[in-house]
Ligand binder design. Sequence first.
Ligand SMILES: [Zn+2]
Length: 306
Amino acid sequence: MTTANQRTLQTPATFIGVGLHSGKTVTLHVRPAPANHGISFVRTDLARPVIIPALSEYVVDTSLATTLGRDGVRVGTVEHLLAALGGLSIDNARIELDGPEVPIMDGSSARFVEGLLEAGLREQDEAKTFLVIRRPVSVVDGDKEATLTPSRSFRIDCTIDFRHPLISDQRVEVEPTRGFARDLSRARTFGFLKDVERLKAAGLGRGGSLENAIVVDEFSILNPEGLRFPDEFVRHKALDALGDMALFGRALVGHLKVVKGGHALHHRLVQKVLADEANYELVRARTREERQALGLPELAPQPLVA
Ligand SMILES: [Zn+2]
């Protein structure tokens, strides 16, 4: 396939589950949307429908998860669903949900990927718009750092360094739109038992359990099934980064390097890139020949089946 057209779903995909922080059961539908719509969220439990585009300018909170909001209406924990959409190169979808938070499912993007692929992907008539990074942009916060540099494709290079014998330092480098289902989608969110207890005491993390998170105490993993990958922790961090980069609202072409990152740092990086038009270029080029004529990187779209 040499075209790089926009994509949506063939049929709606439905997901039911609890919100990690609210503990409320939420029904969520990902519906097909026309070309150039982008990804948007709509709360169907409110009298007044408010459409919240999945764009960085609508981020209202990054403290525990990424939360979008508009006119006082919020949708929380959007990152794992946005990672699934981004990993499958889906450009257009309207997401309806009847609660304040995207369901956590199994703590990864795996169920979303399964459901979206079951619903089927459909290529649309319009060319995809790529956001191509043209010069390096960095944000730093103490020993944490996130950088985007020009690259021929979208790559994520993620490093974590926890003072914990089971996690310590891990690094992963992936090309998320090629190996997403295999390399990242199944990596679950994780937490430390002492933090989990503190969150629950504060009325947060109400939906959290060993069914939807890896929980680690001082020396061991509490989940009886163990880990899905030896480096599942850093893979989940890369998944989070992918979800947060989806808030560019365009298919990203650049090399993302994150050291000890998180939602707040990812958001600051996206904002900093968008703040200066010299940092990036928006490109629509349908065929390989058109892209080469413009001197663009090789943009390899993912096949329709993961
Ligand atoms: Zn996460």
